[in-house]
Ligand binder design. Sequence first.
Ligand code: NAD
Ligand code: UFG
Length: 358
Amino acid sequence: MAILVTGGAGYIGSHTCVELLQKGYEVIILDNFSNSNPEALKRVTAITGKDFKTYNADLLDKQTIIQVFSENEINAVIHFAGLKSVGESVAIPLQYYQNNMTGTVNLCEVMSWYGVKKLVFSSSATVYGATDKVPIDEETTLGAINPYGRTKQMIEEILGDLFRSDQAWSIAMLRYFNPIGAHPSGLIGEDPNGIPNNLLPYISQVAAGSRQRLSIFGDDYATKDGTGVRDYIHVVDLAIGHLHALEKVQSTQGIDAFNLGTGRGYSVLEMVRAFEKASMKSIPYTIERRRPGDAAVCFANPEKARNQLNWQANRGIDVMCEDTWRWQYYNPVGYKETFDKQIVGKTPLHQATGFLMP
Ligand code: NAD
Ligand code: UFG
């Protein structure tokens, strides 16, 4: 069974490729490495002991997509490739619409020509916009509030139109909540460019000493301790969710959206404490003004995925923080240097922190 994984070198894609390869799927990756590093793929091979074909290709280039489909017997596609920064999408909206939407339309068009009509698509909880009603279920009215979110919402609509035009398609749209964590091997993880926007990459760089302190955006929300609450989900649980969605699209026809979250919210301060425990480092912070556009509370109702995909998240925040810290500790510059170079001279993690390797 051959699965094309677009964006397979990225954060969530690389973790999903590990799970696919370990379950015996043949994997073909298409990525333009605009936000990833080929080193991640070497490490996927190191973890799994398996090789796979990789195309350094852009979804905006339809000829190359055609080449990928003509050279391989693809059964289904998991489509991660896209730009994902909210702030950047406000600054350069046209590039977001072009990359995310045109890329998806090109992909679906070529899939259709080759009769490959099984698709798992990376959507996002951001499609729900600024809703106050939690937990958020899939019936919640959509209303993305920034260009990035609107690309996801519009792609969901495009995929709906595609299915209505041809009911041979089978499409699962996965709305992720807040993916964090890393593979327990410490070999692959999130490798943000520049200053991280998201909470966990920022906290882990503070713990590592490469940033001075965390800014907490607001402590006056109507939450347990005044800081924002989110549904953090371990990236390995998320990756496994894709395999369940893949089974679903292979066995049925239709189009459906599923929340992938844990159903539990944690505040920023709770995450700071959990990370301090995992890393045995203190995380200095200051309280700053609220970040524009942030909701107070956001967490999923994950029942639909549990009932229809037979999937649920199993890893708690302690494991999420431990795995993030292991990745940060052994890869202080992400994929910019090989793993071997980065660990030379490093105290083994369990001696440095009292923390057990898996
Ligand atoms: P990522 O940036 O690490 O991975 C995306 C990959 O797609 C990268 O390897 C990038 O090089 C590639 N890519 C981008 N545009 C491309 C193009 N035109 N052609 C070929 N490759 C291209 O991001 P991620 O965190 O792994 O996210 C994967 C998907 O999940 C994205 O679609 C993202 O919007 C969505 N998502 C992510 C989060 C999150 O917090 N990480 C939350 C919700 C949804
Ligand atoms: N936060 C801080 N300081 C920081 C970063 C974040 O206090 O330096 C707070 C935020 O205010 C928020 C919480 O930490 O309360 C989580 O913030 P993130 O930026 O990590 O995550 P968001 O929930 O804002 O957004 C993320 C992705 C979006 C995606 C959304 C829903 O960045 O792309 O989850 O999936 F749309």
